[in-house]
Every structure is written in C-alpha cells, then in structure tokens.
Design a protein around this ligand. Structure first.
Ligand code: THU
Length: 134
C-alpha cells in the first residue's frame, strides 16, 4: 500500500496555484502513476462557470499527457471543514484511470484525512462492458 503522505503534500503544493476568483475554494489533486511518477492539478475556474475544471481533472490530464494511464494512489486537498470529496463527474473520470486496488486520500489543509478505494467512489459507474452490444 503506497504511503499517501507525500501525495497529499504534492496536492497541497499545487493547490496554491488554483485559479478560483468565483468560488474562492482552492483544491489540489495529485496522482501517483503506475511507474511512480506524480502528476498534479488544481481547479481552474472560468467566468462562464460550467467551463471551470476540477483539480482532479487537471491531474488526470497531466498524467495522460506525460504518457501514463494508470494511477495507484490519488490525493485531493482543500481548506474545508471535512475532507473534500471528488464531485460525481470526477469520480467517473478517476475510475477510468485507476489501477486495481487504487486508493484516494481526501484531506483538509488542517490535517484531517479520509481514505477509501477509488472503486468505491461511484457504485454503478458506467463502464465499457455496458457497450458490448454497441
Ligand atoms: N472542486 C474541485 O476542484 N474538486 C473537488 O473535489 C470538489 C470541487 C472545485 C470546483 C470549483 O472550482 C470549486 O471547487 C467549488 O466547487
């Protein structure tokens, strides 16, 4: 089981770069790919609000751009009273790239954490098996 502490620190560092003039809610995310490399993302908002992107989506894009398509461990952090949890859309996005047994650590900037299996983030997630007759 990978130690999530370094990954939470990586997420905390990139969180500082979040562009959040509308929500003022900075989020950082980090993924440890199967080859051990770490990929980071922060939320990037837009004046056209639905065009904003979540930190998790940014980290996934960075990982794929670097040539990695599987992560073993994820971390997400925000200045929230309880550990921040990925939104529904990001749960589907994370599952796409999660290695078997991948875990996610959700953290607050004041040190609270929660950890769970990525596979448990979205029961009933859409998957390729459902397209077999397409
Ligand atoms: N947000 C994330 O980036 N990740 C999460 O896990 C929760 C929400 C962002 C989206 C938006 O920029 C801000 O937090 C408030 O919803």
């Amino acid at each position: 089981m990978p130690d999530p502490n370094d990954l939470v620190a990586a997420a905390a560092a990139v969180r500082e770069n979040a562009y959040v003039p509308y929500s003022r809610f900075k989020v950082g995310a980090a993924l440890k790919a199967a080859d051990g490399s770490v990929h980071r993302g922060c939320n990037v908002e837009n004046v056209a609000y639905p065009e904003g992107t979540c930190a998790e989506a940014g980290a996934i894009a960075a990982m794929v751009a670097a040539g990695q398509t599987r992560f073993a461990e994820a971390a997400v952090i925000a200045d929230s009273p309880v550990p921040v949890t990925p939104c529904g859309g990001c749960r589907q996005k994370l599952i796409e790239f999660a290695a078997p047994g991948a875990t996610i650590t959700m953290a607050t900037t004041d040190g609270k954490t929660a950890r769970m299996a990525v596979a448990d983030l979205l029961p009933g997630a859409f998957d390729q098996a459902q397209m077999d007759n397409a």
